[in-house]
Design a protein around this ligand. Structure first.
Ligand SMILES: Cc1cc2nc3c(=O)[nH]c(=O)nc-3n(C[C@H](O)[C@H](O)[C@H](O)COP(=O)(O)OP(=O)(O)OC[C@H]3O[C@@H](n4cnc5c(N)ncnc54)[C@H](O)[C@@H]3O)c2cc1C
Length: 431
């Protein structure tokens, strides 16, 4: 259950975005549209853009503000691939289709860069991504991924970095080795999603903020979307892009995902020389632990560090200090540094971390289950969903073979079971 908000969450991103003052009106009359999108995060905005470019009349209904959800407060790491890993996609749909999706994720990175340059979205883009191993035994996972990319996915740009060379990229004793991916990068996600909102409006889409959807009714001749306050939108096709907050819109979809809290903290400004002493080439970094941590420096030279998960709601006690404890494991040299921002957000996990993308007839479309890795996959999902909405459902239907079981006992019991299960994985991150 979430409460919509008239303001963005108090994050480093909100504190450093100039466009926050752009406010859109709430819906105050009944409307008719070809396409109605619920949620103005990456997935909803990209899909709206594609459909508007195909000549459709599109409206977006957003309960809070454009980019209020995960899209405006994430780690900003743009990473190719999918959260479940390529082998699991291959297992469900076969090699050729999985390869097509891998290529599509590379295309998605190019598309996103294209949107940034076409619409002049200044969002602190920095090239390069580094994946690192904390445990010596997980160095083999890094080399295995390089080999898999070469042999199965035709991608040969990954470069292994051994322990001796790692300080060229990352100044921390905690890590054993890494992989550089030159296609990966990092961005200021709120600046980007707000710019994307502008681009979507320039394509003719009407966005209504402070407009919470309470449900919808499907009839043979169309869909009626019900909005808090009594307004309605009648549309031919509906896109559900509410991510971890879907429970208030569609209970059937909500049963297959669990909203999990995850957190980020930023330090005070460190200055350029200290920032570069930590991550000399300013890559985005994440580790390959089960409960992973990710970090990078910001345009104004802070360390931005993410990690931790809560499965039962709530926020860790004294979040800034709690995030600092994680930072100090990686960078003990920052012991005297102050924390200036700390915040949380929700990710939408599925039981087996598989994507949950699909359609009901030619009327209702959705993509969820991004499991904390959605900056690039939301773009892939939007491409496949809009193809399907325009009469080419083949690639979206590949996901029909994925079974995402409901979490038994709903959010509370499901959260408890996940917390217990992840406790086991947490232990395996240490021993
Ligand atoms: C702390 C954090 C760090 C992350 N870091 C990374 C990262 O570094 N790299 C990466 O790839 N991924 C990351 N992710 C995941 C990524 O941000 C998400 O997968 C992605 O942004 C999901 O986009 P979305 O459009 O599906 O959902 P969202 O951006 O959450 O958008 C959903 C929108 O729907 C609206 N909404 C919900 N219910 C209703 C309703 N009833 N009526 C109207 N509107 C409604 C919400 O207000 C919200 O704006 C992170 C996520 C979090 C929370």
């Amino acid at each position: 259950m979430f409460r919509s908000s008239s303001t963005h969450t108090d994050t480093y991103y909100a504190a450093t975005s100039r466009e926050l003052q752009t406010e859109r009106p709430a819906l105050t009359e009944n409307l008719q549209a070809d396409v109605c999108v619920v949620g103005a995060g990456f997935f909803g905005l990209y899909t709206a853009l594609e459909m508007a470019q195909a000549g459709k009349r599109v409206v977006i209904l957003e309960a809070s503000r454009v980019g209020w959800g995960a899209s405006g407060r994430n780690g900003g790491q743009m990473i190719i691939g999918f959260p479940c890993g390529m082998q699991r996609l291959k297992g469900v749909m076969g090699h050729e289709r999985a390869r097509n999706l891998f290529d599509q994720s590379l295309q998605a990175v190019r598309d996103i860069r294209g949107i940034m340059s076409q619409h002049q979205i200044d969002c602190d883009l920095v090239e390069g991504h580094l994946e690192v191993a904390v445990l010596p035994r997980r160095v083999a996972d890094l080399t295995g991924w390089i080999e898999e990319c070469q042999t199965e996915w035709g991608y040969d740009k990954l470069q292994f970095v051994d322990k001796a060379t790692l300080p060229t990229y990352l100044n921390s004793e905690r890590y054993q080795a890494g992989i550089i991916d030159p296609e990966g990068c990092h961005i200021h996600p709120l600046k980007y999603v707000l710019g994307l909102g502008r681009a979507v409006e320039a394509a003719g889409v009407r966005i209504f903020e402070q407009t919470k959807v309470e449900g919808y009714d499907e009839k043979p001749d169309g869909i009626t979307v019900r909005v808090a306050g009594g307004m309605q939108v009648r549309c031919d096709q509906l896109v559900l892009a509410a991510n971890a907050y879907i429970d208030q819109v569609d209970k059937r979809l909500a049963a297959r995902t669990l909203p999990v809290g995850t957190f980020i903290g930023t330090t005070e400004v460190l200055g350029e020389s200290v920032a570069r002493s930590l991550i000399p080439k300013n890559h985005a970094v994440y580790d390959n632990q089960f409960i992973l941590e990710y970090f990078r420096t910001t345009a104004d030279h802070r360390l931005l560090f993410g990690g931790k998960c809560t499965y039962l709601g709530g926020t860790p006690v004294n979040l800034p200090q709690s995030m600092k404890a994680n930072i100090l494991r990686a960078f003990p040299q920052l012991k005297d540094v102050k924390m200036e921002h700390a915040w949380g957000g929700h990710i939408d996990i599925t039981m087996r971390r598989m994507p949950d993308w699909g359609r009901r007839n030619d009327r209702v479309f959705w993509a969820q289950g991004f499991c904390g890795h959605g900056v690039v996959p939301t773009r892939v999902a939007a491409t496949l969903v809009s193809e399907a909405m325009l009469g080419r459902p083949e690639r979206l239907d590949w996901f029909g073979g994925i079974v995402n079981p409901p979490f038994p006992g709903g959010e509370r019991l499901g959260g408890l079971m996940q917390a217990v299960g992840m406790g086991w994985y947490r232990v395996r991150d240490f021993v």
